[in-house]
Design a protein around this ligand. Structure first.
Ligand SMILES: Cc1cc2nc3c(=O)[nH]c(=O)nc-3n(C[C@H](O)[C@H](O)[C@H](O)COP(=O)(O)O)c2cc1C
Length: 145
């Protein structure tokens, strides 16, 4: 399985999550690439079986850089799948639904309900259980194919 992770992170909490996710996935023997949306253009994403997009919740929406990225994404590999992550500081977030809507035109298939990871303050730190949540998320996405 080949996994491509693209993320945005302002204070580094989301980055810490996706770096950990990358380690989990590669330790399970899968190929995984990790990119910041600040460094890669939406049409430059490598081909993958599963795409993971991760962004902080900001003003009730995905962070602007991720929003712009998802709007322009152009994935042509038939049967591509995706899963979403958001970090957030309030008790709830509707951002995963908003990200899903932005990806609808691509025709990619959503493979999990996504992962919400709470930060205990605006700048972090991450909730205690973030590593277990990421382990379960990795098992979910890798088991989906
Ligand atoms: C401008 C701004 C707006 C934010 N708005 C929200 C919000 O509406 N809801 C929420 O739960 N968290 C909000 N946050 C907190 C972010 O979700 C939190 O800083 C982020 O998840 C941390 O991840 P990061 O370190 O990867 O940036 C906001 C943060 C910033 C900087």
């Amino acid at each position: 399985m080949k996994v491509c992770i693209a993320y945005e992170s302002k204070y580094g909490n989301g980055q810490k999550c996706v770096e950990h996710l990358k380690d989990i996935i590669s330790n399970k023997g899968h190929a995984v690439d990790l990119f910041s949306v600040r460094d890669v253009k939406p049409n430059e994403l490598l081909q993958a079986d599963i795409y993971v997009f991760s962004a902080p919740t900001q003003i009730g929406s995905p962070a602007r850089k991720m929003k712009k990225f998802l709007k322009k994404i152009n994935i042509t590999q038939e049967g591509s799948k995706y899963a979403l992550i958001t970090t957030h500081s309030s008790d709830t977030t509707e951002v995963l639904k908003k990200m899903e809507k932005l990806l609808q035109p691509t025709g990619m298939t959503k493979i999990t309900d996504g992962l919400k990871i709470k930060v205990t303050g605006m700048k972090g730190p991450l909730e205690d259980s973030y590593e277990e949540k990421l382990e379960a998320f990795a098992n979910d996405i890798l088991g989906s194919g």
